[in-house]
Ligand binder design. Structure first.
Ligand code: AMP
Length: 229
């Protein structure tokens, strides 16, 4: 039987987790589960969840653990995630990580890849990040570009409401306080890898795929102490 790819992509805001998660999920034919996307869709639809989350997101803070854990517990239990998934944006706190271990117990190993990028590179990247208002694709614009359009569908590119400079700085503070400790939480596991994300998206994609294949190879061989988590 093949080993499910239960992959967590860790990394600071702007590390490229979303872009890499989409591609890897498509390639490996497993769903990408992005908690940020789930929340943004809820905000757009005006649902109760969206109304609860909007102010927190716009302030660059984290939505409460209990709510996020409930969302992910439900999502990973759907049939399309039985053969694995790519989680982008979850877990973001140690409580979320311990809950994920509990959710996944007996469901196969969790693979964790951290995309590491220094802060100054992130601030510059997020200033250039735009999202297509039509198809939702994320892209980087040049500083001097006038009214840029989406290369995929021609839609208007907009700044995400939490990508303004002050909110970006707040999100980075939250990342260092709440989410970076997850690298310590996972780093002793045989299924953890850290890759250098301060490179082109293509180079990061290759490193991510290599890391995943290496861990899968190890799991297939049944090697690695602690690889059953
Ligand atoms: P992202 O698209 O992953 O950068 O997420 C955008 C925003 O959604 C974050 O700044 C948080 O306000 C919220 N969010 C997304 N995922 C989580 C999570 N796992 N825990 C708490 N808040 C989250």
């Amino acid at each position: 039987m093949s080993v499910p790819i239960n992959l967590v992509v860790l990394g600071p805001p702007g590390a490229g987790k979303g872009t890499q998660a989409v591609e890897l999920a498509q390639q490996r034919r497993i769903p990408k589960i992005s908690t940020g996307d789930i929340l943004r869709e809820a905000v757009q639809s005006g649902s109760e969840l969206g109304q609860r989350a909007k102010a927190t997101m716009d302030a660059g803070r984290l939505v409460d653990d209990e709510l996020m854990i409930a969302i992910v517990r439900e999502r990973v239990s759907r049939p399309d995630a039985a053969g694995g998934f790519v989680l982008d944006g979850f877990p973001r706190t140690v409580s979320q990580a311990t809950a994920l271990d509990e959710i996944m117990s007996g469901q196969g190993a969790l693979l964790v890849v951290d995309i590491a990028v220094p802060d100054d590179a992130l601030v510059a990247r997020l200033a250039r990040r735009r999202v297509c208002g039509q198809c939702g694709d994320t892209t980087a614009v040049e500083a001097d570009a006038e009214t840029p359009r989406c290369a995929r569908c021609g839609g208007e590119l907009v700044l995400r409401s939490d990508d303004t400079e002050s909110v970006v700085r707040q999100r980075l503070r939250v990342y260092h306080e709440a989410t970076k400790p997850l690298v310590d939480y996972y780093s002793s596991r045989a299924t953890f890898r850290s890759i250098d994300g301060d490179r082109s998206p293509e180079a990061v994609r290759q490193a991510l795929n290599e890391a995943v294949d290496e861990v899968l190879g190890m799991l297939h061989a049944g090697a690695g102490a602690g690889a059953d988590r």
